[in-house]
Design a protein. Structure first.
Lengths: 343, 343
């Protein structure tokens, strides 16, 4: 039975089948598509534009906290993962392993990063000599791979994009404080940019990050009443510092291990956006993250002057700083209304 | 013998040993460091800031050509690479292969992308139905892996960052024209942003991209009189369209294969920057790409008011839109001068 309110008919009823509604929305609004390898996802231009806005807005907030971006290699020697006992136990079942490269079997297997604490720890141990080098406050935007059995676009995929911040501090207090500060950055970001209500709190021992002393999570509230983990901030204590020999000469001339933190959010935030704001017509994006804030659809485009006027309007909006687009394709206006309503 | 002109003494003499000078500069100015896996590179914050500026400047120019960014999976089924005969021959010796994932041996081996024509082609074949869907103009910023025997930071590394644009057009003329347009974008970018003189031209049959009909390259001129390939634009004809079934229904109601192009530039451009502009004192960056355009170094910082004045100056410069930084570390002014002179 057709629902009168359901202007867009290609997507499942949000009230009757929320999971199907979600999948319909992400695929049919061309946010993403399924990749050829099971569990992988293609982020299409409309979805990627949201990610670019998220990156830009988040980078602004990271910069205020003194964070700089960098890039660390994706391939991690298998031995690195094994150096921290809880860490290897937590990630070993999910990793993808490179055994051949350049036509030869590798002497040591390489892991595609499921997260980068170990490889970054090995570099930090080289870079930190004295208390003068601390704190180290670095973030990277990259891809990671975690091989999971059940996958869903944006929410859980074998490869996903994320940011991972990794810091080292001279004292436990400073590192613990920074862990909290970044959790706060995430909370503000979720509320101000994504316009999603969130609850933050400490994870149980069982749920915490593999190798962390304490993990704090941000749970985002979805339309179906469920919560979705949308970001985590970990206080790592000296666990990775000891495994990777991250030592520094302190002001009192003694050698000490540093205290580290790590914190991450991912393309899952796009999934959260959809599930927190959608409606029976499809996607509904908060203005700050909407790639297209105004769409101009000319009616009777074939008539003289119509397309020119539409272009003029679009340009005027663009000049005002509004992300406007003109749909001048030769599809019918009805089809255009339908498509853009869904998006 | 010390050279009087050589203010910075930690780096090799540019006139006597250019390769050593290059390596000294990239490592000692903290643009990058060697990763734990042979042939890999860590891009440190100072180097990554250059990459971020390059990305921003390039994205502006891509947008003017109608290009949108997207993201495609990194793992490619081995069978994809084999579909285009020249392509597999060209890349097979360099690929890194994932054979295990999630604790199990994979039924089909997965290749870490050395370039993405094949996986992107498989998606385009799904997305293009009618002439209305063309042209497809998509770029992605990502990491790629090519396992090579001899590596050098930024110039040739097992993993590197790049952008790869992939387009499909209805006619050969349009695709050929687009190939040339993108080569022109690269040339203008190199000259206007990187301030590097370049020569563009067609590659020989032997040098062309594996699977292309024609490859056009941009050679950048370095201080030692050698040229460095800094970007390429490929006209792929229908080669990949036929291998990946990229067909569309044309206006005349007949099914046709599309004509595709691809074009890329990489973190190698940072290497080009260094080798085109450096001098005996180290790095010399054109203002457009310099992460730090003005460095404020307070002298006699311990005296009352000095640090405040320095901060004031730094803030004034920042407000003017100049990328300024203040070095308030407790290193000596002499060490600071030396460090920043090198950078």
């Amino acid at each position: 039975m057709a629902n009168d309110n359901q202007f867009v008919k290609e997507i499942a009823d949000i009230k009757k089948d929320f999971p199907k509604w979600y999948t319909d929305v992400v695929i049919k609004t061309q946010l993403c598509d399924y990749g050829p390898v099971k569990g992988t996802m293609v982020i299409r231009p409309y979805g990627y534009a949201i990610w670019e806005i998220i990156q830009k807005e988040m980078d602004k907030r990271f910069a205020k906290k003194g964070v700089k971006n960098a890039y660390f290699p994706m391939l991690i020697p298998e031995s690195f993962l094994k150096k921290e006992a809880e860490h290897v136990e937590g990630f070993a079942p999910e990793v993808a392993v490179v055994t051949y490269a350049g036509g030869e079997e590798l002497a040591e297997k390489l892991i595609i990063r499921p997260t980068s604490e170990t490889i970054i720890g090995s570099m930090y141990s080289k870079w930190m000599q004295s208390y003068r080098d601390l704190p180290i406050l670095i973030n990277q935007w990259c891809n990671v791979v975690r091989w999971e059995k059940t996958t869903r676009p944006f929410l859980r995929t074998s490869e996903f994009l994320w940011q991972e911040g990794h810091t080292v501090h001279a004292t436990a207090e400073e590192a613990e404080d920074y862990t909290q500060q970044m959790l706060q950055v995430y909370k503000e970001f979720a509320e101000e940019v994504l316009a999603i209500p969130v609850i933050t709190g400490k994870k149980t021992e069982k749920e915490k990050f593999a190798g962390a002393v304490a993990t704090y999570g941000m749970e985002a509230m979805m339309l179906d009443g469920k919560s979705l983990q949308a970001g985590t901030s970990h206080y790592l204590g000296q666990n990775f510092a000891k495994s990777f020999d991250m030592k520094f000469l302190d002001k009192d001339s003694s050698l000490k291990y540093g205290y580290s933190t790590s914190w991450g959010t991912s393309t899952r935030m796009i999934g959260a956006l959809i599930m927190a704001h959608g409606d029976e017509r499809g996607l509904k994006l908060p203005p700050v993250v909407a790639p297209v804030q105004v769409i101009v659809i000319p009616v009777a485009m074939h008539k003289e002057g119509v397309l020119e006027k539409a272009k003029e309007l679009k340009n005027k909006l663009s000049e005002m700083g509004i992300r406007a687009e003109l749909d001048a394709s030769d599809n019918s206006p009805g089809r255009k209304f339908n498509e853009w309503e869904m998006k």
